[in-house]
Design a protein. Structure first.
Lengths: 122, 346
């Protein structure tokens, strides 16, 4: 789950920085600010579909209804107490897809060794 | 910190400069003054300053290049509460040098009369510390394989240091490290499925007990001073040193976040794990299994995840309002992807 910094925190901090920045703004901090705005943009455009897909997967795994936050919390607790296991391919597939969708919002160019999910028939 | 520590940055420079000028004769033969003083790191309470000590009549370029590390008056919350006191760090630098590990040579372990508070002075070593350059810049291509071997040899020497000659250090075995970071995670964040799954995975793979060694604690690409022709010239940042499993240092060096995009080279983005392990063994290090290193790589990745949470907390609580601090919270997703990659590979 995307917990923090939230979209509004990123926008507020970036706007506050722009208000105080020298003109033209210094290179490193300008890139950081542009990165923050990029994260917000991708979250607005990509995350709603990713979240809906995650909700459907978690409903299937946990056999119950709920919104993303409630299901995600329940899944975390089930993984902690062992009633659900990441050794279960369906569970691991969900963790993989969710983590990759989140990374696509936060850092789409980050290079890693986690395999892409297998295509589903749907 | 000293009660007379100044509050503004300009006052801080004057404060440090005056004391280094007074100390100059003890820092270099014939030294009379400190010049070119500049702060290299900002923000955290641990300050790093670069300066040169010169004689009275010398021109430019004749000074002795030095580094001052001191605990300043900064109030910013430190990410790790476990940072060693600087006098202990100074003793570790001496022990590491005596053991043949490349470190910045200690020039002065400051005493109270020096007026700098908790502080020490070391030689300023030339080289590159930017991880991305070391892993990806063509200028460093010839030295990368050498660097992998040098890291193995250096770690073997650090891990061979006689513990009875060291100041008292905290013992942190695998169980203790896991418990510590699990605890900070639970205090910093709501429950997260990948973090919970990773904890389960690590708890099921706790390695067999091993003879404790001096562990550097932050041995990674970014804390290594590297020359493009000769390779490793100094291991920096000893403030997280402790006693523990020697594989902790090798695993931390392999965390994907320190590979700077060169993911296929497991060791800091510059060498293969086989190269590191072989050099470590040849230099007298205890043979360590790949599984043991992978376990500690997972612990390191989990630890980095927790650090991103703590950095975001300093933003969320208002301690720091910088965009940089906020955005680092979004690096949590890279850690979760890396944790899943390790779990999948096992």
């Amino acid at each position: 789950m995307i917990e923090g910094p939230r979209k509004d925190e990123l926008l507020e901090a970036t706007a506050a920085w722009l208000n105080n920045a020298a003109s033209p703004p210094e290179g490193f901090h300008r890139k950081v600010a542009a990165n923050a705005l990029g994260i917000v943009t991708r979250e607005l455009t990509q995350w709603p579909a990713a979240e809906a897909a995650a909700v459907a997967r978690m409903q299937a795994i946990l056999g119950r209804d709920g919104d993303y936050a409630a299901l995600n919390l329940a899944l975390a607790e089930a993984l902690r107490d062992g009633t659900v296991s990441a050794d279960d391919a369906v569970v691991f597939d969900h963790l993989r897809r969710t983590a990759l969708d989140m990374l696509a919002v936060d850092q789409p160019r980050y290079r890693h060794e986690l395999a892409a999910p297998k295509e589903t028939g749907a | 910190m000293s009660a007379s520590d100044p509050s503004s940055a300009a006052d801080a420079t004057d404060f440090v400069l005056a004391r280094l000028n007074a100390l100059a004769p003890l820092l270099a033969p014939g030294g009379e003054r400190a010049t070119g003083l500049r702060r290299l790191t900002g923000g955290a309470s641990l300050e790093t300053w670069a300066f040169d000590v010169r004689g009275a009549g010398e021109g430019e370029g004749a000074g002795r290049p030095l580094i001052l590390r001191r605990r300043g008056g900064g109030r910013e919350a430190e990410v790790f509460e476990t940072s060693l006191p600087l006098p202990i760090e100074a003793k570790l630098l001496q022990a590491a040098e005596a053991a043949g590990a490349p470190v910045a040579r200690l020039v002065r372990d400051c005493i109270e009369a020096d007026g700098l508070g908790e502080a020490y002075v070391v030689e300023r070593v030339a080289g590159e510390t930017l991880g991305r350059r070391i892993a990806a810049d063509p200028a460093f291509a010839p030295v990368r394989a050498v660097l992998g071997r040098q890291c193995g040899e250096t770690l073997a020497r650090i891990h061979a240091i006689d513990l009875s000659a060291l100041p008292p250090l905290e013992m942190q075995d695998a169980r203790a490290v896991l418990a510590r970071y699990a605890d900070i995670y639970r205090k910093s964040s709501g429950p997260r499925p990948v973090m919970e799954a990773a904890l389960r995975w690590m708890e099921a793979r706790l390695p067999e007990p091993i003879a404790p060694r001096l562990v550097h604690g932050d041995f990674r690409n970014g804390n290594l001073m590297v020359d493009p022709e000769t390779g490793l010239t100094a291991v920096l940042d000893w403030e997280l040193a402790h006693l523990g499993d020697p594989a902790e240092d090798l695993g931390w060096l392999c965390v994907n976040s320190w590979r700077f995009g060169v993911t296929h080279r497991a060791v800091g983005g510059f060498a293969d794990l086989e190269t590191l392990l072989e050099a470590y063994r040849v230099a007298g290090g205890e043979p360590l299994s790949v599984e043991r290193v992978r376990f500690w790589q997972a612990v390191g990745t989990f630890k980095w995840a927790v650090v991103t949470m703590m950095m975001y907390r300093t933003f969320a609580t208002g301690a720091s309002r910088s965009v940089e601090r906020a955005v680092i919270g979004r690096r949590l997703s890279e850690c979760e992807v890396d944790l899943l990659a390790l779990m999948e590979a096992s």
